[in-house]
Design a protein around this ligand. Structure first.
Ligand SMILES: [Zn+2]
Length: 376
């Protein structure tokens, strides 16, 4: 136990890193994948099941929680950890990204953003100060700065103006966050796909000083090649002795490519959302369990996976319950997908520690290139 969040690197292999973020609620092994618990739940999963997949930390969404049930209510009930029965670390986003995604429903000014709830149309306002207040009420262990992020493609002037505003908001976020032992504040680098703007943003954040640094504004429509081009330099612009968090990424091969470029943390709704639509991530690529080819297939979804969906059920059963829209379909496939993602992270951590990450990546890509098992 410590009252400070600390980051320790155990090994590096090329640009890839493995280590631990120590928090008052336990260690986060990096590279880490954070399942998304948008509305104080990872949909379809009990918290102990999420833990059993190997997750060390969850992500919560400020935007959703501030609207319903509200941060004040969660604080009255003892904070987000007790409310949702998750005693491990929680990272909350700032609400900025989701508010910006509301498009016509929001209005941006220097001080913050006013928006209408997607639930009932009621009017709300978020500023750096209010975002820090909400994340403190939730009791989040890792708090994110309030930022603005344009959708890509956007012209350079728009990206520069937005990045400069985000840096002013980063300063205000730091001031409002204050000194909170046991809680960390992460800055968010912006600058789109412009290397010099990314460098300016990193310098501005470093001057303010944060416990960790996120790479924001990617995975917003630019495609994997452009994202990797940016990740060839963006992590290097951030302090080497702090965790680097790539927000909102991604598919398994996005994650592997990001780790190879020096990223330590990621989050994405993909494994949980896909589970609810019959999509499964396996060592041999994506499987759509609703496809007719699985209807009579007694084999497991992924023969090498130790999750409950793969160890106790057949493809035929998963196909049946998914086609029948039974609740257990989303539960089992979400469990499998989260388990697969955590296996992926554990595999990378082991390979980086052993200095065999290049070989590990070659096997990862070769297995996926084989494709799914032949139909029977
Ligand atoms: Zn499985």
């Amino acid at each position: 136990m410590t009252d400070r969040i600390s980051f320790h690197l155990d090994a590096t292999d090329g640009k890839a890193r493995t280590g631990k973020i120590q928090t008052t609620r336990g260690a986060i092994r990096t590279p880490a994948f954070m399942p998304v618990g948008t509305a104080a739940t990872v949909k379809g999963m009990m918290p102990e099941s999420v833990r059993a997949t190997g997750a060390d930390i969850l992500l919560g969404n400020t935007y959703h929680l501030m609207l319903r049930p509200t941060a004040e209510r969660i604080a009255r009930l003892g904070g987000l950890h007790g409310f949702m029965n998750w005693d491990g670390p929680i990272l909350t986003d700032s609400g900025g990204f989701q508010v910006m995604s509301l498009g016509a429903l929001r209005k941006l000014d220097e001080d913050g953003v006013t928006f209408k709830s997607h639930i009932d149309g009621s009017k709300h306002r978020l500023t750096p100060e209010r975002s820090m207040e909400i994340q403190a009420l939730l009791g989040s262990d890792i708090v994110m700065c309030f930022d603005e992020c344009p959708a890509l493609p956007a012209d350079r002037d728009r990206i520069a103006t937005s990045m400069e505003l985000s840096m002013r908001w980063a300063k205000r976020s730091k001031t409002a966050f204050g000194d909170r032992p046991g809680h960390a504040l992460f800055g968010i680098q912006q600058g789109g796909l412009e290397q010099d703007l990314r460098a300016q943003s990193a310098d501005a954040l470093r001057d303010i000083g944060f416990d960790g640094y996120a790479i924001g504004g990617l995975a917003v429509g630019e495609g994997q090649a452009a994202m990797f081009d940016c990740l060839d330099y963006a992590p290097d612009q951030l302090p080497v002795d702090r965790p680097r968090y790539l927000m909102g990424v991604g598919k398994p091969d996005d994650i592997v490519g990001a780790v190879a470029r020096g990223v330590d943390m990621m989050d994405c709704v993909l494994p949980s959302r896909s589970g609810r639509t019959g999509q499964a991530f396996t060592r041999r690529g994506v499987v759509n369990i609703r496809n007719a080819r699985h209807a009579d297939d007694p084999r497991p979804l992924d023969a090498e996976c130790a999750c409950p969906a793969c160890s106790s059920y057949s493809r035929a059963y998963l196909h049946h319950v998914s086609r029948s829209k039974e609740m257990i379909a989303g539960m089992l496939l979400t469990w499998h997908n989260l388990h697969y993602y955590q296996d992926l992270m554990a595999g990378m951590r082991g390979a980086i520690a052993a200095g065999t990450f290049d070989a590990w990546q070659a096997v990862f890509h070769a297995r996926r290139a084989e494709g799914d098992v032949e139909p029977i």
